[in-house]
Design a protein around this ligand. Structure first.
Ligand SMILES: NC(=O)c1ccc[n+]([C@@H]2O[C@H](COP(=O)([O-])OP(=O)(O)OC[C@H]3O[C@@H](n4cnc5c(N)ncnc54)[C@H](OP(=O)(O)O)[C@@H]3O)[C@@H](O)[C@H]2O)c1
Length: 260
């Protein structure tokens, strides 16, 4: 299958670890120019080292805390300065804490939503005018199945994900007339640093974290970051040109609802 991604410019937020890193390396292998951003320099440097010799694309790593509105503007400006345009935005940097409802304060809700919801909205708003001007572009929001299946212990992230499912569809309605395609991905449990932390919390009721992970899907395993990256690349590609305003679930069958 020819994805026709070569020579495109892609911005991957949270591209230094997990799903974002796997996507960045996947895009590079297809010959794209990629800018990744995240807070920690160590993981950014590690990703740059891993990228050596991968494909013909160029990778730039930038430190940025996307809870800060100004940082979002700087990331987009840098990407345009370096590469002249942005063809694909992967909104991926996000995290929200699990925990009992009564233990989570206003400050906790605000902090997590500032990254996982407003971070996506602000980044999309910063990139949208450039794609509009180009008359083309693809935005892929990495959301999460927590928005499809409400659970008491993951309310902050679940509610943000539900809002992002909505946002993706609403932005798609806006983007259509400007050639901007917008899609969302709802990953289930994917083996990254973040999931390993969660597995320890969720397994506190009994069982090892490994057993907890195995029980998370009917397939008896959790997903790999590269499996989500493959879906990101496909949805960004010319082969997915008719997929618009859709939120696609990738979860090993863990959420068999009619809507996901
Ligand atoms: N893994 C799963 O099971 C799963 C399931 C459903 C949804 N998701 C969603 O998928 C996305 C990626 O998850 P992941 O598991 O790959 O996470 P991860 O391995 O923890 O990686 C998160 C990435 O985001 C960056 N990041 C975190 N906070 C940031 C901030 N304030 N500003 C800029 N960058 C920041 C991290 O780097 P720094 O920490 O150095 O900043 C890292 O590069 C998230 O939106 C998550 O909610 C994941």
């Amino acid at each position: 299958m020819q994805l026709e991604l070569e020579n495109k410019v892609v911005l991957v937020t949270g591209g230094s670890k997990g799903i974002g890193r796997a996507a960045a390396l996947g895009f590079l292998a297809e010959g794209e120019a990629v800018l990744i951003c995240a807070r920690g320099s160590e993981a950014l440097d590690e990703t740059v080292a891993l990228a050596q010799g991968v494909g013909r694309g160029r990778l730039i790593a930038m430190q940025a805390d996307l809870t800060q509105a100004e940082a979002i503007k700087n990331v987009v400006a840098r990407c345009r300065e370096e590469f002249g345009r942005i063809d694909i935005l992967v909104n991926n940097a996000g995290s929200a804490r699990p925990g009992p409802f009564l233990d989570i304060s206003d400050e906790d809700w605000t902090e997590d939503w500032t990254l996982k919801f407003f971070g996506y909205v602000r980044m999309a708003r910063e990139v949208f005018p450039h794609m509009q001007q180009q008359g083309s572009g693809v935005m892929v929001n990495i959301i999460g199945t927590g928005g499809l299946r409400p659970i008491a212990n993951y309310m902050v992230g679940g509610a943000a994900n539900a809002a992002l499912n909505h946002f993706t569809k609403a932005l798609a309605a806006e983007g259509a007339q400007h050639g901007v395609r917008v899609v969302g991905i709802n990953p289930g449990p994917i083996l990254t640093e973040r999931l390993q932390k969660f597995a320890s919390v969720f397994s506190q009721g009994g069982g090892s974290p490994e057993e907890t992970l195995r029980k998370m899907t009917p397939l008896g395993r959790v997903g790999e970051a590269e499996e989500v990256a493959d879906l990101i690349l496909f949805l960004s590609s010319a082969r997915a040109a008719f997929i618009h305003g859709a939120n696609i679930t990738i979860d090993g069958g863990a959420n068999p609802g009619l809507m996901g």
